[in-house]
Design a protein around this ligand. Structure first.
Ligand code: F6P
Length: 352
């Protein structure tokens, strides 16, 4: 069998661990030939395609490294027009691909699902994202590392907030899902956590900051990039035309700073953690999860179970139909136990 592997969408720590596990498992069990596609779907759309062989030695020593040795793209869209989709079909045929393992987020899963339906390219999905927002998957690899990085960022901000008696707003990534803000905010002991799933009321934030001005004299606010004030619109950093995910978020921490400062005695500062959260070596948890995901993807390839995405549910590795994942986002339920816990220990979620 000839099996292609590509990494699509924004990168995250643990991609190389999947590439290593899937390649080694396929070579070991399936006597397969593995081909790496460069720069996500971009490499499969170009003429000629950009590919490289993946062998045992070529994927050795990459388990602990961040990023992806194959490169990625979060703007390539193989379904953007007929000619592009035909080119992908031609490339897949000429490369002799029997199956394609796509490692990506919900956007990449939707594209893989679409390709399988449109041109019959058989795909297996592996869920990755620091946003942890893939449907039917309780944890994607990359998330644990991003939580650790964001938590460390918040803790570093806290010491300077304390010294200067300031209100510090720290913005995490996560798009329309608040998992990263919620877990890092909880782990760092933030005083206020603002999630995309709960529109915030400025008055309640002012009230909490004033109360802390009187007692603790500094306040840490952790805000997800997709959060917004009641009645306001999302803070969009840029639009990328033709991309599967055209709206890039970012900057809401600065918007909140402007809104908050006139009402407080303390100085208010904003920090956007940005791509720091996507970089660096994966945590041991992510290395192990990515290895389990990669191994199971290889098992699905060997079983010929195309159209499935590897998943983690109730701690067990399994798979779900890609059609159940494509174009669906897993957001934080407002009654999630971590939110309830937060409320009960006095964290403000910006609710009136
Ligand atoms: O989906 C992963 C992610 O890091 C989001 O959290 C963030 O909104 C987006 O990608 C950033 O994309 P870019 O790398 O294009 O700025």
């Amino acid at each position: 069998m000839r099996v292609g592997v590509l990494t699509g969408g924004g990168d995250c720590p643990g991609l190389n661990a999947v590439i290593r596990a899937v390649t080694k498992s396929l070579i070991h069990h399936g006597r397969c030939e593995v081909i790496g596609i460069e720069d996500g779907f971009d490499g499969l759309m170009s003429d000629p395609p950009r590919v490289r062989p993946l062998d045992w030695d070529g994927v050795s020593g990459i388990l602990h490294t961040g990023g992806t040795i194959l490169g990625t793209s979060n703007s390539a869209n193989p379904l953007r027009d007929e000619a592009t989709t035909r080119q992908v079909a031609r490339n897949a045929r000429e490369l002799g691909l029997d199956m394609l393992v796509v490692i990506g987020g919900d956007g990449t899963m939707s594209l893989a699902h679409g390709l399988q339906r449109r041109i019959g390219l058989e795909c297996i999905g592996v869920p990755k994202t620091i946003d942890n927002d893939i449907a039917n998957c309780e944890r994607s690899f990359g998330f644990d590392t991003a939580v650790a990085t964001a938590t460390e960022g918040l803790r570093r901000i806290e010491s300077t907030a304390y010294s200067h008696h300031r209100v510090m707003i720290v913005e995490t990534m996560g798009r329309h899902a608040g998992w990263l803000a919620l877990e890092s905010g909880m782990a760092a002991g933030a005083d206020i956590i603002l999630l995309p799933e709960i529109d915030f009321d400025l008055g309640s934030i002012i009230e909490r900051c004033r109360e802390r001005e009187r007692r603790q004299r500094y306040t840490i606010i952790c805000i997800g990039e997709g959060a917004k004030e009641t009645g306001a619109s999302l803070t969009v950093r840029e639009h990328v035309a033709g991309s599967p995910e055209p709206m890039r978020l970012g900057g809401v921490a600065n918007v909140l700073r402007e809104r908050l400062q006139p009402h407080l005695k303390s100085e208010v500062r904003a920090t956007v953690l940005g791509h720091l959260q996507r970089g660096g070596d994966p945590t041991p948890f992510d290395r192990v999860l990515a290895t389990r995901f990669g191994h199971h993807a290889a098992e699905l390839v060997i079983a010929g179970a195309s159209g499935r995405m590897v998943t983690l549910q109730c701690g067990a590795i399994g798979s779900v139909a890609m059609s159940d994942v494509a174009n669906v986002q897993r957001t934080v339920p407002v009654d999630h136990d971590l939110v309830v816990t937060g409320r009960d220990i006095g964290i403000c979620f910006g609710e009136r």
